[in-house]
Design a protein around this ligand. Structure first.
Ligand code: A2P
Length: 317
């Protein structure tokens, strides 16, 4: 398994398991199956609503001797309503309790968006807090406190633009080790990857398969299905692999970590086997030509009427 080296000394298995949209009732079985197949990196977040069930699966797997804690890499994230400096450590402690862990390997600021405490999403304009009132630099102090207390071996961010990442790096005492962003051939984010490389920030690709199981409110009419893209399927056929394996191999060969989600045993195995798929330089280049700056997770849900957030100031594009 390819490993991704992080600032701060640790390294994570490049291919991990995504758990966004893995429903309670099915995620425990999926995690156990993933561990059996060989996954050692699990990506979690409290907003996914399934950390307690994942924690049960991890505890059972460790108790049954399938895996040791030291072999695992567990990432989780800080939800937007806990951005106040003093709220960060308690939020992480709740996640640790749910995941039944003493510490995380990686803890990320989930979005550069702040909400009033207790709000999972904004129902009205006053549920938002603008970043000039609660800046990321303040939230980061809480992240650094979590790191200093030993609750998280590494800290990082998610959904950060190059601009926000640079700003954070310029004020951080503990540098962010990771930026987890949406990445796939329709959204190759070449410039952002360059900035991350320059800053020494590793990158994790989320929604690498195009997240076709997103809830209907997060789907656009007529959006293209990456898994059915003619070039992706053509390359898959030519190599005797599946489209999902092409997409995962593409992410790995770009030097990013990648966290395809599945709750299906056959697909968990298929996705894990993608670590052995090799794409030649021409196929990598052809896949690169699909870049259209097209997000599946557009962030529009942060831009409801009266919100201080716009797509322009969210992505800095
Ligand atoms: P399932 O969980 O039933 O396997 P992403 O990782 O981009 O969020 O995509 C997740 C979606 O892709 C889920 O709907 C998941 O369904 C599906 N999926 C996962 N692995 C594969 C695969 N190998 N082939 C086709 N679809 C897959």
């Amino acid at each position: 398994m390819r490993m991704i080296q992080l600032k701060g000394g640790g390294q994570l298995p490049a291919l991990g398991l995504g758990t966004w949209k893995s429903a309670p009732g099915e995620v425990a079985t999926a995690v156990r199956e993933a561990l059996r197949v060989g996954y050692r990196h699990i990506d979690c977040a409290p907003i996914y609503g399934n950390e307690a069930e994942i924690g049960g699966a991890l505890a059972d797997a460790i108790a049954d001797g399938d895996v040791t804690r030291d072999e695992l890499w567990i990432t989780s994230k800080l939800w937007c309503d806990r951005h106040a400096e003093k709220d960060v450590v308690p939020a992480l402690q709740q996640t640790l309790k749910d995941l039944r862990l003493e510490r995380l390997d990686l803890f990320l600021v989930h979005w550069p968006v702040a909400l009033k405490k207790g709000k999972q999403m904004a129902e009205r304009a006053k549920d938002f807090i603008a970043l000039d009132r609660l800046p990321i630099a303040k939230t980061w102090k809480g992240m650094e406190a979590a790191h200093a207390a030993g609750h998280a071996r590494h800290i990082g961010v998610s959904n950060f633009s190059a601009k926000k990442l640079r700003e954070l790096c310029s004020v951080a005492s503990v540098q962010p080790a990771m930026n987890q962003v949406e990445l796939h051939p329709y959204l190759a984010q070449v410039d952002l990857l360059g900035t991350c490389r320059e800053l020494g920030v590793a990158v994790t690709a989320y929604s690498p398969l195009g997240s076709q199981d997103r809830p209907p409110v997060l789907r656009a009419e007529g959006e293209r299905n990456l898994l059915l893209d003619p070039l992706v399927t053509e390359i898959a056929e030519s190599l005797g692999v599946t489209p999902a394996q092409v997409l995962i191999a593409w992410a790995l060969q770009r030097g990013t970590a990648v966290i395809p989600k599945s709750v299906n045993p056959a697909r968990l195995e298929e996705n894990f086997a993608a670590a052995k798929v090799e794409l030649g330089p021409i196929d990598m280049q052809r896949l690169g030509s699909l870049d259209a700056g097209r997000r599946y997770v557009t962030g529009e849900f942060w831009t409801t009427p009266g919100s201080p957030y716009t797509l322009a100031n969210l992505w800095d594009e």
